[in-house]
Design a protein around this ligand. Structure first.
Ligand code: PMP
Length: 394
């Protein structure tokens, strides 16, 4: 790495020893280096300092940040900072290859959030409605209301899974009004999956011209063999749009890169609203991220180990958790969540916001081992041990 490069690895590494506390689980030097870098320098000033001091378990981010290979690729792209037309590492072709689809089936977005918004304008304008569950990744609904579109929000099942038969019913009953179905799989904030059979049941159960937006932001964390990506439906030419992001497993949320995989004519309908505002660095970083499967496996393994350990500890304290397949989970507090969120904040632990109607559940993102230790310490201080755990109940 040359002196001239604006971001050097050495500047970031260091001060990560504390992260080793909570983790007797597979300590991995590469991941620590990554974590140190991610937790390293940020904007100076009080606001930045306050942010740095927080255990950041609120937004389902990857605490380790981009891998070494991604950093190197991005550093190599600084020379394009002052350009419009520049080589972009063939990011769209690389994504197409990754999924076994054509280049025409890929549309890039500045995060998958942009893709969700593009689907909104392309398929809701003119008074159409979304069909989806609640709670889910609600920015889809807030964007819809911003463009004066409505949503038909269906409750989750008792076990917090999405109710596919109810979705099919809602689509059939409102066929002429439905712009698209939103299926977040796995779902945020619950972490629960929709099985591959259920996805098929949905697609086969609704009129075939009703588009389905399948948001696979957390795809990479899923272990359940009953789950599968829905990308193959694009190859079949079904009316589906798959949204993916580099913000989660690849640790690039602040860099903004996501994409849609969909039939060509669906992307053509969305393209006029796309801003194309994706920066040169992240395009090169994205190519490297797709190739760095080792880094991906490392993040996945450590994150899942930490999630299981944390969930087991909470359950042993008497607090049930929703079975999650993601880099976050929900714990049932059995009391209103809002004051608890505030109490965590006072202890410099940022946790998820309330997700109505699940107002007694707290969503916790999986951070570094050190952050999870801080979470558990704060949890023990804030929350009383339950009767179930202490054995004093009757
Ligand atoms: N979909 C889901 C389910 C999410 O949770 C998020 C972000 N938390 C996004 C999409 C948007 O992420 P981004 O724009 O960073 O890709």
């Amino acid at each position: 790495m040359s002196e001239k490069q604006p971001v050097s690895r050495r500047r970031f590494v260091g001060g990560v020893a504390g992260a080793l506390g909570y983790l007797t689980l597979s300590p991995n030097p590469d991941l620590w280096a990554q974590a140190a870098r991610a937790g390293g320098r940020r904007a100076a000033g009080a606001q930045g300092d306050e942010y740095d001091a927080l255990a950041k378990l609120a937004f389902n981010e990857n605490p380790y940040g981009p891998s070494d290979a991604v950093m190197e690729a991005m550093n190599g792209a600084w020379k394009y900072s002052n350009r419009y037309g520049y080589p972009d590492g063939d990011i769209a072709e690389e994504i197409a290859k990754h999924h076994g689809v054509e280049r025409e089936n890929i549309l890039l977005g500045a995060g998958s959030g942009e893709i969700l918004n593009l689907v909104g304008v392309a398929y809701l304008l003119g008074g159409k409605k979304i069909v989806g569950v609640e709670p889910t990744f609600s920015s889809v609904y807030s964007h819809a209301s911003g463009i004066k579109a409505d949503a038909i929000r269906l409750p989750l099942l008792e076990d917090y899974r999405q109710n596919i038969p109810a979705m099919i019913d809602a689509v059939k009953k409102n066929y002429r009004d439905v712009g698209f179905v939103y299926l977040c799989n796995p779902n945020n904030p619950t972490g629960r999956i929709v099985t591959r059979q259920e996805v098929r049941q949905l697609l086969d159960g609704i009129p075939e011209d009703v588009p389905v937006l399948i948001d696979e932001a957390y795809h990479h964390y899923v272990e359940d063999p009953a789950y599968a990506t829905s990308v193959p439906y694009v190859r079949e030419g079904r009316q589906v749009i798959i949204a993916r992001t580099f913000s989660k497993i690849y640790g690039m949320a602040g860099l903004r890169l996501g994409y849609a995989v969909a039939p060509r004519e669906m992307l053509q309908r969305m393209r006029p609203w796309s801003t194309g505002s994706i920066n040169a660095l992240v395009k090169w970083g994205g190519v490297a991220a797709l190739r760095d499967t080792e880094a991906e496996a490392r993040v996945r393994r450590t994150t899942l180990e930490l999630r299981k350990k944390t969930v087991a500890e909470l359950q042993s304290l008497g607090y049930p958790c929703v079975p999650s397949e993601c880099n976050f989970f929900m714990v049932h507090l059995k009391r209103p969540v809002q004051p608890v969120i505030q109490a965590f904040r006072e202890k410099k632990v940022a946790v998820g916001r309330p997700f109505p109607p699940m107002t007694e559940h707290l969503r916790v993102s999986i951070g570094t081992p050190e952050e999870m230790q801080r979470f558990m310490t704060a949890f023990r201080e804030i929350m009383p041990a339950t009767r179930a755990a202490t054995g004093t109940g009757g």
